[in-house]
Design a protein around this ligand. Structure first.
Ligand SMILES: [Fe+2]
Ligand SMILES: [Fe+2]
Length: 209
């Protein structure tokens, strides 16, 4: 192949230019509003990060309910993994996380998952369930913004969405049993280790592809 035939050897970005990114230009050309996407991503990972914090408190208050605690711990650690997975993407898209964690928490795309006033297992499980539902809505929206246009963000969002759908099923099962004594199976057993985060950790992202 002659140099003239190597059609991807050059393009919009000048050789050596570090002020522009082919990785950004290429998704813009395919119709992604990059600024909108990266701001949406910051809101989404702020929700993951704050949820990780709030779930710590919710999990602790499930004292004596070891099965509920274990499931909540998986969901908690997986939210941290979701934050870790997606934060580099914000920078690749030319954005950054806020300097002040208060600003970061305030822009989370989901409500604060506060410990309920009356922290019964039922009330805590309902809080957990609604937090998962917000996460499903959030990551579904990111999938919609990137499908067929931005494979890297789409892949991350889809991996995270897979987990959020599982989390919803877990908390439906637990809440239905706790509140209504009703059996609504999630089809789930335990993760290998707490925080395994299949599909969505930085370290094993290739293995779980
Ligand atoms: Fe999450
Ligand atoms: Fe979740």
């Amino acid at each position: 192949m002659t140099m003239a035939e190597k059609t991807h050897a050059s393009g919009y970005v000048e050789p050596g230019d570090t002020s522009e990114r082919v990785g950004v230009k290429s998704i813009e050309e395919r119709g992604v509003d990059v600024e909108e996407l990266r701001e949406k991503l910051i809101d989404a990972i702020a929700a993951e990060f704050t949820t990780y914090y709030y779930y710590t408190n919710l999990r602790m208050h499930l004292a004596g309910e070891e099965d509920y605690k274990e499931i909540t711990e998986d969901a908690r650690l997986e939210d941290r993994a979701h934050f870790e997975l997606a934060v580099p993407r914000v920078y690749e898209l030319g954005g950054s996380i806020p300097r002040d964690i208060r600003d970061f928490a305030d822009r989370a795309s989901c409500p604060d998952a506060y410990l309920p006033e009356d922290p019964t297992p039922e009330a805590i499980l309902e809080t957990l369930l609604e937090a998962e539902r917000c996460a499903i809505r959030t990551w579904s929206e990111v999938c919609d913004m990137t499908r067929g246009k931005d494979p890297r963000t789409y892949d991350m969002a889809a991996r995270i969405l897979q987990k959020e759908v599982e989390h919803e099923a877990w908390f439906i099962e637990l809440l239905a049993k706790e509140r209504d004594d009703e059996v609504v199976p999630a089809g789930h057993f335990v993760r290998g280790e707490p925080g395994d985060a299949p599909y969505s950790t930085n370290t094993n992202i290739n293995e779980s592809a």
